[in-house]
Ligand binder design. Sequence first.
Ligand SMILES: Cc1cc2nc3c(=O)[nH]c(=O)nc-3n(C[C@H](O)[C@H](O)[C@H](O)COP(=O)(O)OP(=O)(O)OC[C@H]3O[C@@H](n4cnc5c(N)ncnc54)[C@H](O)[C@@H]3O)c2cc1C
Length: 403
Amino acid sequence: MKADFLGRVEKAGTCTGCGLCAAVTAGITMAQAAPGYARPRQIGSVSLAEDSAIAAACPGLVVDERDHPHLASEPLWGPALFTGTGHAADAALRHQASSGGVISALLVHALETGLVDFIVQTRADPDRPMANITTVSASAADVFSAAGSRYAASSPLAGLEGWLARPGRFAFVGKPCDVTALRAHARRDPRIDARIPLKIAFFCAGIPSAAAGQRILDRLGVAHDDVAAFRYRGDGWPGFATATRRDGSLARMSYADSWGDILSKEVQFRCKICPDAVGGAADIACADAWYGDDRGYPSFEEGEGRSLIMARTAAGDALRLSAEKAGKLSTAPLAVTEIIKMQPHQARRKRQVLSRLWAMRVVGRPVPRFVGVGVADAARLEPLHLQLKSFAGLVRRFIRGTA
Ligand SMILES: Cc1cc2nc3c(=O)[nH]c(=O)nc-3n(C[C@H](O)[C@H](O)[C@H](O)COP(=O)(O)OP(=O)(O)OC[C@H]3O[C@@H](n4cnc5c(N)ncnc54)[C@H](O)[C@@H]3O)c2cc1C
């Protein structure tokens, strides 16, 4: 039978590319679809039971975080037992990583203390350097080499059955939508919480297409086939988008240009209506703890990496404390009210999610069900004229076919 639910996700245009559907059934695989996003492709029959398991957890049409509710008093940033800034104590890791290397430092600590036996995370695809693969890390060296943000599609849940088939417990690192889907699937599959004691996410402004990545290469004047390695950032904070040619020479572009001018302009639609881009369902979520510039906007001047850390569950906070005690991590508490200065774009998007859902409703697209993520509470923080502007802008883009 045809996967009904995925038909609705396709009509809504809200696939995140997480790969959960491919984990649930052998009838679906993940493939790249124009302009370069990860999308499910049906290659066999999908049973009614499989279709309903997908429907219960697919973040394309359902985000239900009532088990980790975003607080009505604080709807923008999700639940937190600890909020702070910090960085990996290991200076090389801090430099290599995306911001302060906190995610990687926590992963190394979880491995070294035996909390987990391995880690499922994302790294550069050795055969297609602009793209990503999901990988198993079992040592500090593996974690080090996978550190850094990869602004391209990833489907870390697609191989879930394979990871669960390995002996031992593991930590999972993913985009907020990946962790949302994993949590939702855990309600049906008890192996997930038993075997994955740590679910880590980062704040996510959206997944750019492969075509946007190609535009970086075009602007750098580097031929796609000549790319031996590519990093989107890291190796400094924020670090440079850097292409290594086959002859070893480098071409690089600042983060302000690569993310600000190119990648952020072409993220998949679902990310523009994301109700939980801050990883509220994770045990611990990290982000860039940008410093503000003179105008109060985040400054992307190169500096020593600093992460924002939100430990959301007892498991996440215990790991954070234990890593600090072991000297692997340095942190300082931060008032939640300070986050908006570091992440103004995340705040604006969250406040406008409701108006965008109304735009979807008006044009007859299936509308996702977002529960426990404070969408209505966030909308109350947005002035009415800005909500109307966001609603009308999206309706216009739907009509023009540019959404
Ligand atoms: C697409 C994308 C959008 C982002 N948007 C924001 C944002 O809006 N605001 C913000 O503050 N931060 C954003 N980040 C996160 C930020 O860049 C840092 O990852 C975060 O600050 C954690 O830094 P760190 O030094 O602790 O991470 P590191 O120690 O460098 O670890 C990063 C981890 O992320 C994993 N990873 C990298 N790329 C991907 C991917 N595509 N899919 C799944 N896992 C991946 C790696 O495997 C690694 O485990 C984004 C990252 C990505 C990949």
